[in-house]
Design a protein around this ligand. Sequence first.
Ligand code: OSB
Ligand code: MG
Length: 372
Amino acid sequence: MRIEHVTVYHVRMPLQHAFVTSTGGRSERDALILEVREASGAVGWGECVAGLEPRYSEETVHTAWAVLEHFLLPVLLERDWAHPQEFPQAVAWVRGHPMAKAGVEMALWDLYGKLQGRSLKDLLGGVRDRVAVGVSIGIQPTPEDLVRRVALFLEQGYRRIKIKIRPGRDVQDVAAVRRAFPEVPLQVDANSAYTLTMARERLRPLDEYDLLLIEQPLAHDDLWDHRALQAEFRTPLCLDESIRHRRAARQALEMGACRIINIKQGRVGGLTEAVAIHDVAREKGAPVWCGGMLETGIGRAANLALASLPNFRLPGDISATDRYYARDITVQRFTLNEDGTVSVPTAPGLGVEVDREALAHYTLASRRWSRA
Ligand code: OSB
Ligand code: MG
């Protein structure tokens, strides 16, 4: 692959419902979309999942734009690429900025798959045509509103519910959902809102609600205190923010900081590292599942391909398009199958087509760089 041009689009898309977590809320989703183009006209698309503010991690659309401009795109444009996996090696010298790196790598995977006539699922070693999914529900104004919202998604056919929690809206919310739906597969995500002391004082009752897992209760960069907390809970802890690469995954599982890992290709620097984490967890007998960052159809297609790998054994945060966007930037809209799954795209590359009119509609800024 010889990339002649790359275009970065900063998009802002209205969400169907405001998404509130322990770190704040938002009603619009910002992201960067990357388009890489060969002289032949072949195109690959990628999504950088950084948001407007550094609440989930340090990265934002603006830090990613700067790192792309000054460091990553010059590398992309200076040589030819035989395989997408060469890119993370070539930019390993750039410390951090995993979401910026992942956006470029995704575009290379899409282009590579199209050139080879193979789907991303096949390229990554996926084994399923449809993947089990759930819905991630933000913090609602009251526990009663939350129960109504859970009921709505269960009626739509979702088979697993994840609710966001924060101090003051944790045990009470879980109790309300459990009372209304005693059997539903249920998990919670704190997005790092607790200290070890607070978690010990407040979250102990959660162990009695038969939760699938408790996601990232403690600091975003912590392993050691999670280890202490996991030792005191029957319910598996699952790490999201703390797992940035395969080494952290190995260490977390070896020390018992968690028993399950949430994999997001953006958080870990791309699909290559995501597959490596999947493999580490499989060797250690720990399940993984695919997290979400409210992706557009581009990132959603990548998540579906990733989640088709064998050790993705719990439902992913990969809901149907209409749960996120009234109008998406891909022509394809993903829908929920009757069995609570979403089908994995089969066409070459990501298997989706970009709706350029929709992309232009949502674009706040864009810029093209070309090979020297
Ligand atoms: O922690 O999983 C998270 C969205 C933005 C930032 C962090 C998280 C999330 C989600 C969204 O839970 C899940 C989805 O895309 O459906
Ligand atoms: Mg999470």
